[in-house]
Design a protein around this ligand. Structure first.
Ligand code: KG4
Ligand code: ZN
Length: 346
């Protein structure tokens, strides 16, 4: 079976083609991605209306590119998958609309995928794929959750953030430091030349005894330090504050991941979502988990942030298990996106 997947929930248009064998791991045949980061940078964040319009411009050329790369004809597709939510409503509607239109023209079914399930299953695209069950640390721009993952579709939320997400904490702190959007990677780069010990920042809920998170206070503490540094902080001061911010976020993520592993007794950790690209997080998780005999799996670096491959892969894994709710026939003309959609509910 061949599955085409569309991702358009935020500021990346992703398209990918995955082959689903009767047995064995699904195989990524081709993928194409367009990031809107440079377009939104001038505004310091994602402008939803611009995002939707750009998805419209990009989605068909990217689809042609993917089919050409794999040398596959439209008529050969079996299922068209798309991100159904959560995300920006207008942006989601572009991927959903194109998927449903394409599928109904081809007389093939569609499959709506949960964006976070895509992130969660993205490490299965790596050569060193994890095995179920595992603890998942999902750290993206909009979500920070620890989950017990027993199988595809079986996600028990162990803890989550009560306010800002980890990516949001990176992005908001980076903005306070005058760095471009999205701040995470920029802050992380600046932190390399900084001394984290130069600032004492809070680690909210670190000792709550539960795998939950809170990052709003950290952002306020960074704001206080930025104000204290005055109009013209030196490059070194900015780098020091970046390093201290990164260290605070990473320390909380590592400690809470270890707590979730301890509470579940599981010996496998999967890290997914944009913040999973952070090198300090990877370094510290690797060290802490090696000490405890825990295996850590990450998606490939390029698949940490949003992409079509993870959506096609999640669809493929659902199809292989006979648990895909396919839509076709007269119903396929109508579709619904779910801008707010808790992962625990699927
Ligand atoms: O998963 P993702 O692409 O989008 C959402 O579904 O939200 O994650 C984007 C987030 C942004 O907040 C971005 O700043 C953060 O991931 N990010 C990073 C790094 N690369 C991306 N944060 C810290 N360090 C990085 N290297
Ligand atoms: Zn995402």
């Amino acid at each position: 079976m061949l599955v085409l997947g569309f991702e358009s929930s935020c500021d990346e248009t992703g398209v990918a083609l995955v082959r689903v064998p009767e047995q064995g791991a699904p195989q990524l045949l081709a993928q194409a991605l367009h990031s809107q980061i440079s377009m939104h940078q001038a505004y310091g964040g994602v402008v939803p209306e611009l995002a939707s319009r750009d998805h419209i411009r990009r989605v068909l050329p990217l689809t042609r590119e993917v089919l050409a790369q794999a040398d596959v004809d439209l008529a050969e597709l079996d299922v068209v998958a798309y991100t159904q939510g959560p995300g920006l409503a207008g942006a989601l509607l572009v991927g959903a609309g194109v998927a449903v239109a394409l599928a109904s023209a081809l007389d093939k079914p569609t499959l709506g995928i949960h964006h976070l399930e895509g992130h969660l299953l993205s490490p299965f695209l790596s050569a060193d794929a994890p095995e179920f069950p595992f603890v998942a640390l999902l750290v993206s721009g909009g979500h920070t959750q620890l989950m017990r993952v027993t199988e595809v579709g079986q996600y028990e939320i162990l803890g989550e953030t009560i306010d800002d997400a980890a990516g949001e904490a990176f992005d908001k702190s980076a903005k306070l430091l005058g760095l471009p959007y999205p701040g995470g990677p920029h802050l992380s780069r600046l932190a390399q030349s900084g001394n984290a010990a130069a600032f004492d920042l809070p680690r909210p809920l670190l000792h709550s005894g539960k795998p939950d998170f809170s990052f709003a206070g950290l952002k306020t503490a960074v704001l206080t330090q930025v104000k204290r540094l005055g109009e013209a902080p030196t490059e070194q001061q900015k780098a020091d504050l970046a390093a201290a911010t990164q260290e605070a976020i990473v320390e909380v993520l590592v400690k809470k991941s270890l707590l979730a592993l301890k509470l579940t007794g599981l010996k496998r950790l999967v890290v997914a979502g944009g913040v999973g690209a952070n090198s300090l997080l990877r370094e510290q998780l690797n060290t802490a988990c090696a000490k405890r005999g825990v295996r850590v799996h990450y998606p490939e670096l390029s698949l940490c942030t949003d992409n079509g491959a993870m959506i096609a892969m999640a669809a493929a894994m659902r199809l292989q298990r006979g648990m895909a709710v396919l839509q076709s026939g007269p119903d396929a003309g109508g579709f619904e996106v779910r801008p707010r959609w808790p992962l625990g509910s699927i």
